[in-house]
Ligand binder design. Structure first.
Ligand code: ATP
Length: 361
C-alpha cells in the first residue's frame, strides 16, 4: 500500500481537563488507546465527547493534564504538528475544489511532490470507492459520497490517529448503516487507530473495539461493547445501554450478590452491580425486552397501559404504576391503552444499582 499510517504503540490521555470559565467540561479524563483500536466516545449531548476529541486534535487547548503519543507529549503541539486526521459531521470540504483536489489538499500544503500526491490520492480514492468521481465538486455529490471524500482526505496524510466527530449524523438511516460498515472496513484495511464520537449506542456497539462512556465530563466506564451491554457499572451507563426501565425501590434482603427489592409492593430480584445495603433505596434496571405481560402475584407490577406500538414481530407498550413509575415492555398481543395488566421480569435479567448521590454520581 502507498498509504502507510504512522506507527506508534499507544495514545495516552493523562488526567486531561478542559474548563470553559466555571464549567468543567472535562475532568481528569485518563485513557489509553492502543494502536489499531477503534474507540467510541459515547454519551449524551453535552457530556464532553467533542471536547475530548478537539483536545486530542489540538483544536482546543487542555486546561489540565497531558496527552502523549508514546513518549512524545503532544498536547503542547499545534494541530498540524500532531498530524491527526479529522472527519467532521458537516464534512468541511472545500466547495470550490473537486474531489481529487480536496483529498490532496493536505499533502499539497505539506509540499509533497505532485507524483506522490497523485499516487496517494489514487489509493485513497480506491479505498473509499470513489474512483470515477474525482473531478466532481462536493456540491455534485450525495451526502454519503461527500463523507467518503472527507474520510479519504483524513487518511491520505497518513495520520497516526483518525478522529471522527459524529460523521454519520447528517445521513439518512439507510445510508448511515452502509457508511457505518464502510468506516469499519476502511479502519481495518488501513490498520488505522480511530477515535469516534457518537451519541448513538448502536453505532458504538457495532463499530467499536472499546467504548468509553462519558457523562458530565467524567469517564463512567470503559469496556468492550459486550461488557458495556451486559455489565454496565452504573445506572446511567445502563440507561444508555438500553435498560429503559429503572424501578426505584427499597432493598429487602441480599444474598450472594442477589438483591430483593420492594418496588411498590412487588418483590423484584436482581444482581447487584453496585454496593447496596438492606433498607437502602436502589434501582432495578430492566430492558424493555425483558419486561413482559404476566400474571398477578407478588413478583409482578400492576400497571395501566398508556401506549401500544406495532413493531412487526411484536408490540412495544408503555405503562405506568399507581406510584408513578413509567415502564416500557414488549407484548405478543396488542393491549388496549387504559387496560390494567401485570408486568413480570426474569430475575436473571435484572441489574440492581445504588441510588445515585446527588451532584456526585
Ligand atoms: P454534543 O453531542 O451535543 O456535541 P458533547 O458530548 O460533544 O455534546 P461537548 O460539545 O464536548 O459535548 O460540550 C461539553 C460541555 O462543554 C457542554 O456543557 C458545552 O456546553 C460546553 N462547551 C463546549 N464548547 C464550549 C465553548 N467553546 N464555550 C463554552 N462552553 C462550551
Amino acid at each position: 500500500m502507498t498509504i502507510a499510517l504512522s506507527q506508534f504503540d499507544e495514545v495516552r490521555l493523562d488526567r486531561v481537563s478542559r474548563d470553559f470559565g466555571a464549567l468543567n467540561a472535562l475532568r481528569d479524563v485518563s485513557l489509553t488507546i492502543r494502536r489499531r483500536e477503534f474507540i467510541a466516545l459515547l454519551g449524551p449531548s453535552g457530556c464532553g465527547k467533542s471536547t475530548t476529541l478537539n483536545c486530542i486534535a489540538g483544536l482546543l487547548p487542555v486546561t489540565g493534564g497531558a496527552i502523549w503519543l508514546d513518549k512524545q507529549r503532544v498536547d503542547t503541539l499545534r494541530p498540524e504538528e500532531r498530524g491527526f486526521g479529522m472527519v467532521f459531521q458537516n464534512y468541511a470540504l472545500f466547495p470550490h475544489l473537486n474531489v481529487r483536489q480536496n483529498i490532496g489538499f493536505g499533502l499539497k500544503m505539506r509540499g509533497t511532490p505532485k507524483a506522490e500526491i497523485d499516487r496517494k490520492v489514487d489509493e485513497a480514492l480506491s479505498l473509499v470507492r470513489l474512483q470515477g468521481q474525482e473531478h466532481k465538486l462536493p456540491g455534485q455529490l450525495s451526502g454519503g459520497q461527500q463523507q467518503r471524500v472527507a474520510i479519504a482526505r483524513a487518511i491520505v496524510i497518513e495520520p497516526p490517529l483518525v478522529l471522527m466527530d459524529e460523521p454519520l449524523s447528517n445521513l439518512d438511516a439507510k445510508l448511515r448503516l452502509e457508511m457505518r460498515a464502510e468506516i469499519r472496513r476502511i479502519h481495518n484495511e488501513l490498520g488505522a487507530t480511530t477515535i469516534y464520537v457518537t451519541h448513538d449506542q448502536d453505532e458504538a456497539l457495532s463499530l467499536a473495539d472499546r467504548i468509553v462512556v462519558l457523562r458530565d465530563g467524567v469517564v463512567r466506564q470503559v469496556g468492550s461493547p459486550k461488557e458495556l451491554y451486559e455489565e454496565p457499572a452504573h445506572l446511567d451507563v445502563a440507561d444508555f445501554m438500553g435498560f429503559r426501565n429503572k424501578l426505584r425501590g427499597r432493598v429487602l434482603e441480599i444474598e450472594n450478590g442477589r438483591v430483593l427489592l420492594d418496588v411498590e409492593g412487588a418483590r423484584i430480584a436482581g444482581v447487584a452491580r453496585e454496593h447496596v445495603s438492606p433498607g437502602s433505596l436502589a434501582y432495578a434496571a430492566i430492558r424493555s425486552d425483558d419486561m413482559a405481560v404476566g400474571t398477578p402475584g407478588d413478583r409482578s407490577l400492576a400497571v395501566t397501559v398508556d401506549t401500544m406500538e406495532y413493531r412487526g414481530r411484536e408490540f412495544v407498550g408503555t405503562a405506568h404504576t399507581a406510584g408513578g413509575l413509567d415502564l416500557v415492555f414488549r407484548s405478543h398481543q396488542a393491549v388496549e391503552p387504559g387496560a390494567k395488566i401485570h408486568l413480570q421480569v426474569e430475575d436473571n435479567r435484572v441489574l440492581v444499582f445504588a441510588e445515585p448521590v446527588q451532584g456526585r454520581n
